[in-house]
Ligand binder design. Structure first.
Ligand SMILES: [Zn+2]
Ligand SMILES: [Zn+2]
Length: 286
């Protein structure tokens, strides 16, 4: 077996250990807060977990796209002459302060990137993330690779403005990944007096709720006060039994999820062209 293959298998083993560890932690937390009902994994939930796990494997492609996109996005930031905070401003500042500011700016960017993903032509790409009918900690992994351009732009523009290198904020990406697993877990926690400070599983479950009053709400990934600020905050209380998914939910399997945005865009393009032809025919003199 060559070294690359061995490294790949080691990486897979580590990932499996990490996911198994997270499964134990979140199941225990759910059991402690909701009792025996939290241990029930119906067939639909097991199917959903399998689909999400396969999408985790596929997400190595996401990672590659992400890395490839960073270079042209950074170049675009410089070419547009956008402002950069000078490095002297950060000299002598403690690492925790730099980290906190980086998270605040990154989440501001993500808030608007996420809101943008909820607009008509970008929605099919983001709808894959929303299509999980059984939200659980692995649901964060349910994301389509075509989303990466918008999400990478948020990270690159935030770090470019701050004058930070991407390697400086790599640790924050890891913190965000752990937090994202947590906010998708089957927990009904709202963080009490800190509910507006850090996104909770209840807050994010409402973002996934398939009920009209919750559509296009709770876009923040880390700091819910951005939703307060921009008028998109929604949390009327317990969300654990609210239905999740989207209208016309696609079948819960890996292949359909991967093809879904392309099928939707083809359908939307066809409708748009038919409308254009209809308008042109209406304008034509009889
Ligand atoms: Zn969303
Ligand atoms: Zn989510």
């Amino acid at each position: 077996m060559d070294d690359e293959m061995l490294q790949y298998l080691q990486g897979m083993a580590w990932q499996l250990c990490l996911l198994a560890g997270l499964a134990v932690v979140f199941t225990l937390l759910a059991f402690l807060s909701r009792g025996r009902s939290a241990l029930h994994w119906p067939k639909s939930l097991r199917q959903s977990a399998l689909t999400n796990y396969l999408l985790v494997q596929f997400s190595s492609l996401n990672g590659a796209i992400y890395v490839v996109l960073i270079v042209p996005l950074s170049a675009a930031y410089t070419a547009l002459g956008l402002p950069v905070i000078q490095s002297e401003v950060w000299a002598g500042q403690p690492i925790w302060l730099k980290g906190l500011i980086a998270l605040l700016v990154y989440d501001f960017g993500l808030y608007w990137a996420h809101r943008f993903l909820h607009t008509s032509w970008l929605w099919p790409s983001h709808a894959v993330h929303h299509s999980d009918p059984e939200l659980h900690f692995l649901s964060w992994s349910r994301g389509h690779f075509t989303e990466q351009l918008v999400i990478a732009a948020a990270l690159v523009f935030a770090t470019s403005w701050l004058g930070f290198g991407l390697e400086e904020v790599a640790g924050l990406v890891l913190i965000k990944a752990l937090h994202q697993h947590y906010v998708h877990a089957r927990l009904d926690w709202d963080h009490g007096i800190f509910r507006d400070l850090i996104v909770s599983p209840q807050f994010h479950r409402w973002h996934h709720a398939n009920v009209a009053e919750a559509y296009d709400k709770n876009f923040a990934s880390i700091f819910p006060f951005y939703d307060r600020l921009f008028g998109t905050y929604y949390n009327p209380g317990s969300a654990i039994d609210v239905p999740t998914g989207i209208a016309d939910n696609p079948p819960n399997d890996f292949v359909t999820q991967t093809l879904y945005p392309f099928r939707e865009w083809a359908r939307m393009l066809k409708t748009w062209r038919a409308e254009q032809q209809g308008r042109a025919a209406a304008r034509r003199p009889a």
